[in-house]
Design a protein around this ligand. Sequence first.
Ligand code: 4AD
Length: 435
Amino acid sequence: MSFPRAWINEIGQYEGQDVELRGWLDNRRSSGKLHFLQVRDGTGVIQCVMFKGDVSEALFQEADHLPQESAIKVRGSVRADARSPLGFELSVKDLEVVSRAEPDFPIGRKEHGVAFLMEKRHLWLRSSRQRVVMAVRHTIIKAIRDYFDGHGFRLTDAPIFTPAACEGTSTLFEVPYFEMGKAYLTQSGQLYGEAAAMAYGKVYTFGPTFRAEKSKTRRHLTEFWMVEPEVAFMDLDEDMDLAEDFLCFIAQRVLENHAKELASILERDVSKLETVKKPFPRITYDEAVKVLQAAGNPIKWGDDFGGDEETILCSQYDRPVMVHRYPADLKAFYFKHDPTNPKLALGVDVLAPEGYGEIIGGGQREESFDTLVARIEAHQLPREAFEWYLDLRRWGSVPHSGFGLGVERTVAWMCGLHHVRETIPFPRMMERLTP
Ligand code: 4AD
């Protein structure tokens, strides 16, 4: 018998027809003359019902002892069943064991601690929960590309090995680099994005970035993905307009594609994403400090916001909030200072609601050659490593701005996950390098 191969997420197309499913045994339960086999193929899970009389006695016995995660091909007819979560079941006519799993799959039905699950991440990815998280991650990455491609931005890949810091010297990963001695893993593609913006007008870089973060928080990874648009002749206000429009687009895409499974499998309250609509509130750092103090937080003007402050601030709004004009002392060397108050940097952080905190950091860049040279010195950065960057101010310097969105924090927010460790297939943190 040759049955056409079907995928579980498309099974509805085959109602009443015979198909072959190829996947893994996710779970099994029996009652007398019936086996209920939950089969997973990576796109979903379907219940396959095997009647004793429909298959040979030997096969019926084999199915009764098949360990979880055995790889199988199941052939049968697709039947609509309103009681099943999928809406369809398979009536089994034949089953072929491709590889019999060892008994005792480590991730069973019982609750496991996160430390254990992280250790078994390569197997944990098979769960329905992780399937949905990875599907949302995929959609977010696709939406990011579609947004910028659809708005005429040129994709420009930034290097991973870099000669100098972009985001402060305290979180650099150093690697040996031939006769030159050492290189650093990139913290951000921004400086290269700026060069590309002067060449192509509006650009984005998108790739993995690295920070030797010594903090063990729910928001920090040592390796994370960042998308960074950069636009020539764009000021801070226009930068905020772009960030706002972009985030609304992503949230809409996630809702269109995943509302049902977010709610049913991750128990995400998707109404919280429906409010991600323009306009987002825009408040200055000064105003944010007053909001925090009014909420009883001991923050003083000039202090940076930590996780606690971000949580309080973003919880005041039902959509992302943009906090702009931070004290310049808190910010990297490349920020343009506010001409009306040079103590302030023309930077913006976008904080996601529900306690998720900062997902975007960006701002307007310093375009003056002399000011930038002074800034590089004040930040004690090696000028030689930035000569190429200074060239951008020597030849045709213009006001320009951009931002960086962290993919993992965005996935955590959209999926309603407490910690970023579940938002990337194989997370890297201070204490985690395997699997
Ligand atoms: O605010 P950051 O440090 O900004 C930059 O790197 C700029 N060069 C971006 C630009 O203007 N082109 O980081 C931007 C975003 C953060 O808002 C956050 O979402 C994410 O990157 N991020 C991290 N995500 C996970 N783990 C970490 N350790 C992160 N550090 C930053």
